[in-house]
Write a protein that binds this ligand. Structure first.
Ligand code: DGY
Length: 331
């Protein structure tokens, strides 16, 4: 019997490809090219499933060109690259990779916060340039993380994992703002206090963004929000580009309206606002918050589990572990 055909749109672990080949005719992308929309569409000819990353946009136009497509499995927890409504309307199942990356991403959020507050990248660059000639009382003087007020915008799984680290490991006062408030028991366990967005911006010493990107979170942090923050505050974005208005952030950092920023995600990445590269008070990383060997393996395996089960193969046939629009399964 012919195996169903799927596309793996970006390079992944060879073991994941081998496992998918047990069930499917797999077209893959071992050279990890980032295909244009037209090329992605060409490669999707005849495919019933696709393993994608945040770089592949799955929209109504693409879906209409490929009525045979049944499932798109994102190897990411975020899925703003999917038009989920358009997928659901056409009976296309969408899946993502939650949970497996929560702790790793929270670790990275903390690492970026500490690097930003303690000026690790900036001081290391100066040292490499041979500029370290003496000890001085105010050399790369930064701000404390322990005992400070940790603000979290977006209190899902990753936000909560960051809150736990802050409250229990670093004795921080944790405040948060989210679309919906956590239940009392969870707030108590995290030692986290729900506040308005305005209070969050005014009070946080370190503000970490962990909310999903959507039309409603576009530029959630812009000029007006940055103006409310303390001049000593650090802003950390490990969520998605577009949540921060990068041009407004550049102006705020240059004017020292806030002290510093740590950014793992950018508007229009991998291109960045070139002014960011000129600023000393920003730590820049290339969207690597979930990038550990164990976690990236787990993400690839979960995406494969979703494809296998969602396309009716394997022992979990019909029960993909992490559907985004499970109503498609019921329909
Ligand atoms: C995610 O999982 O959403 C990460 O940002 C990787 O794309």
């Amino acid at each position: 019997m012919m195996k169903p055909a799927i596309l793996v749109a970006r390079a992944v672990f060879p073991e994941t490809i081998a496992r998918l080949r047990e069930h499917f005719e797999v077209s893959d992308n071992p050279d990890d090219e980032v295909w244009s929309k037209q090329e992605l569409s060409r490669r999707l000819q005849g495919k019933v499933g696709a393993l994608t990353t945040g770089s592949e946009r799955i929209d109504a136009e693409l879906l209409d060109a490929h009525p045979q497509l049944k499932l798109v499995a994102n190897m990411a927890v975020g899925y703003n690259n999917f038009d989920v409504e358009a997928c659901t309307a056409r009976g296309v199942l969408c899946t993502n990779t939650p949970d497996v990356l929560t702790e790793t991403t929270a670790d990275f959020g903390f690492a970026l916060m500490m690097a930003t507050a303690r000026r690790i990248a900036e001081s290391e660059h100066a040292l490499r340039r041979g500029e370290w000639t003496k000890w001085s009382y105010d050399m790369f003087i930064g701000s404390d993380v322990h005992g400070a007020t940790l603000g979290i915008l977006g209190m899902g799984r990753i936000g909560q994992a960051i809150a736990r680290r802050g409250a229990h490991g670093f004795g921080m006062q944790v405040i948060y703002h989210n679309r919906s408030r956590l239940d009392q028991a969870t707030e108590a366990a995290l030692n986290a206090r729900y506040v308005s967005k305005e209070e969050l911006l005014r009070e946080a010493d370190h503000l970490v963004l962990v909310l999903p990107y959507s039309a409603s979170s576009h530029h959630a942090i812009g000029e007006a929000e940055l103006a409310l923050m303390k001049p000593s505050a650090c802003l950390i974005n490990i969520a998605r580009g577009g949540i921060v208005d990068d041009a407004a952030l550049v102006r705020a950092l240059a004017a020292r309206q806030i002290a510093a920023a740590g950014l793992d995600v950018f508007e229009n990445e991998p291109a960045l606002n070139p002014a960011l590269l000129e600023l000393p008070n920003v730590v820049l990383t290339p969207h690597i918050a979930s990038a550990t060997v164990a976690t990236r393996r787990a993400m690839a395996e979960l995406a494969a589990d979703n494809l296998i089960a969602g396309l009716g193969c394997g022992p979990q046939a019909g029960r993909p572990p992490t559907p985004i629009n499970p109503q498609v399964l019921a329909g």
